[in-house]
Design a protein around this ligand. Structure first.
Ligand SMILES: [Zn+2]
Length: 352
């Protein structure tokens, strides 16, 4: 039997198979599912019409129709699975990463010697319990001078030729304003280092209008002078990787009292070469200015100088980098001549 009430079972089967051949994706397959087994699908209509058949025909027709329904559903399932598998395969191929391919190559960079120096010294000081503090490069006169015990009339302002902006602000001449800002922000006790760029009207073989400084400040109760000396020698020995000789010379800075300058033994010749290009035969190198913080400066930081004292130091990071890496001309640090650094520093190998 192939016909039920004028509906042809074979015709439905054939049209299903024909439609199936054209299917390329899951959406189309779903359309076929609806067309044959949906509420108004061809097969569904056939099944519904069974009830109108004579009882003696109904059994056979029912069996045939049920068989066809099972076939159709099975085929739809199998086809759906195949389509999904083939789609997954395509996705896998298109998104496959060949881990055996050689890398495309990349350009290597390196930290600038001054930045390396800054990192190294900061690491050493952090090991001694100091935190890194920063401040603006465009600074107010108040923080750059007034708070540091350098009022307008003070002759020390002549020591630092300053770049001023029309609005009266300036490019900071030292990292010391960060001391004030940090005292105001954090109070006492305090241990900070402040690395950064500073600016002065200077430009020759040993001076640049922009250079890098690192300031250190320790504020606590009853800080003895010896702690400052110990801290400086600890830092410099660690930085240069050897135990150096030190010489402290009395000096003057408005923001410290007493003030000193620190010389270290020549890292190149240790004082044994009278023609040394680094120390010019003196055997000593100036590396830092420092002193016990002036009570006026502590007061400007809103800390009571009768209760707290401390010390501050400033070192030139460019000079440190030159000494450590054997660079003879300060300007080489700033002119962007990368090949110079890539081919080894002037005068032979670096000492790093
Ligand atoms: Zn020397």
């Amino acid at each position: 039997m192939s016909e039920i009430n004028g509906l042809d079972i074979n015709a439905v089967k054939e049209s299903f198979q024909a439609a199936l051949k054209k299917v390329t994706n899951l959406e189309e397959l779903d359309d076929i599912r609806v067309r044959f087994t949906g509420k108004k699908g061809d097969l569904t209509l056939l099944l519904r019409s069974l009830g109108k058949l004579l009882p003696e025909l109904r059994k056979q027709a029912g069996q045939e129709l049920n068989k066809l329904r099972d076939e159709i559903e099975h085929t739809l399932d199998i086809t759906g699975r195949k389509i999904r598998e083939s789609q997954n395969e395509k996705t896998e191929i298109s998104e496959r990463i060949d881990v055996t391919l050689p890398e495309k190559g990349r350009s290597f960079g390196a930290f600038h010697p001054v930045i390396q120096t800054m990192h190294e010294i900061a690491n050493i000081m952090q090991g001694l319990g100091y935190s890194v503090a920063t401040g603006p490069e465009q600074e107010e006169e108040f923080y750059n001078f007034e708070c540091l015990n350098v009022p307008k009339w003070h002759p020390a302002r002549d020591m630092q030729d300053t770049f001023y902006f029309p609005d009266g602000t300036l490019l900071r001449t030292h990292t010391s304003p960060v001391q004030i800002r940090s005292m105001l922000k954090y109070g006492a006790p305090l241990r900070i280092i402040c690395p950064g760029k500073v600016y002065r009207r200077d430009n020759d073989t040993t001076h640049s209008p922009m250079f890098n400084q690192m300031e250190g400040l320790l504020i606590d109760k009853d800080v003895p002078f010896s702690v400052m000396k110990g801290t400086m020698s600890e830092m410099l020995n660690a930085f240069f990787g050897k135990s150096l000789k030190y010489r402290f010379r009395a000096s003057y800075f408005p923001f410290t009292e007493p003030s000193m300058e620190l010389d270290i033994e020549c890292v190149e010749c240790s004082g044994h070469d009278e023609h040394c290009r680094v120390c010019h035969g003196t055997g000593w190198l100036e590396v830092a200015g420092m002193g016990m913080v002036h009570p006026n400066v502590i007061r400007a930081g809103k800390i009571d100088p009768d209760e707290y004292n401390g010390f501050a130091f400033g070192i030139g990071l460019d000079r440190m980098a030159m000494l450590k890496y054997g660079i003879s001309d300060l300007r080489l640090l700033f002119d962007g001549n990368v090949s110079y650094f890539m081919s080894g520093f002037e005068g032979g190998e670096s000492r790093c």
